[in-house]
Ligand binder design. Structure first.
Ligand code: NI
Ligand code: MN
Length: 232
């Protein structure tokens, strides 16, 4: 069994045995996570875009534990300059990993570093095969019609979708995104961290389960779930 652990905001970690991957490791300074737990030692790090609430501790974790950072070319090069080992890839590309593979898929957003001063290439989402379980992490994005194509690339077990509005999709659009992706399960993310994105995940769960075939799991920051998720 694989373990999915949620740290709040858009930060998730997948672990099975010695394999582990963390996505958008915003831990230090994340009001929902606050600090890096001592047992977080990821072997791989995926970063959707350059904003601080997604890059987070990527550099620190990469340097401390030697894991490679997978990101879009410009962001990867920026992190490499500062001492991280990276895999610089781009949209449409699939990168083989020790635990499976990750495909970089589009996200409609921006990607900058240094507080918005320096562009960092295109933002992305990740279609992930971790130990034969397919997950989709949308990164920061609005709703877009090609989510239907992403849902056709592989049968998605679990979609991780932002619902916080203001910077990303809100609840209504995340329900539409779920319908396009048609995953077995959806977990909402990117809400509650800051006042401007305070949204109620129970409202998303009620709507998405009424309007789609997908089941919704609301994870509390700091909690974990076994993958694959079980029905009902
Ligand atoms: Ni962002
Ligand atoms: Mn964000």
């Amino acid at each position: 069994m694989s373990q999915l652990r949620y740290f709040g905001h858009s930060c998730f970690m997948l672990t099975e045995g010695w394999d582990s991957v963390i996505i958008d490791p915003f831990l230090t300074g994340n009001p929902l996570a606050r600090a890096i737990p001592p047992d977080v030692r990821p072997k791989s790090i995926l970063v959707t875009h350059g904003h601080d609430d997604h890059v987070g501790d990527a550099l620190l974790l990469a340097k401390r534990f030697g894991g490679k950072v997978v990101a879009v070319f410009e962001l990867a090069k920026y992190l490499e300059e500062q001492g991280a080992e990276v895999v610089a890839a781009h949209l449409g590309g699939t990168v083989k990993m020790p635990w499976g593979w990750v495909k970089l898929v589009p996200a409609f957003h921006s990607s900058t570093v240094e507080g918005g001063k320096r562009p960092a290439g295109h933002p992305c989402g990740f279609l992930i095969n971790f130990k034969n379980i397919i997950l989709y992490h949308a990164g920061d994005t609005c709703l877009f019609g090609d989510m239907k194509l992403i849902g056709e690339m592989a049968k998605i077990h679990l979609a991780l979708l932002p619902i916080g509005d203001h910077f990303t999709m809100g609840i209504e659009d995340a329900v539409k995104a779920t319908a396009l992706l048609n995953p077995e399960f959806v977990v909402p993310m990117h809400f509650k961290t800051f006042d401007v994105i305070k949204k109620d995940p129970a409202e998303f769960k009620a709507k998405v389960e009424a309007e789609t075939q997908t089941k919704c799991l609301v994870l509390q920051p700091g909690s974990s779930a076994e993958l694959p998720l079980a029905g009902a």
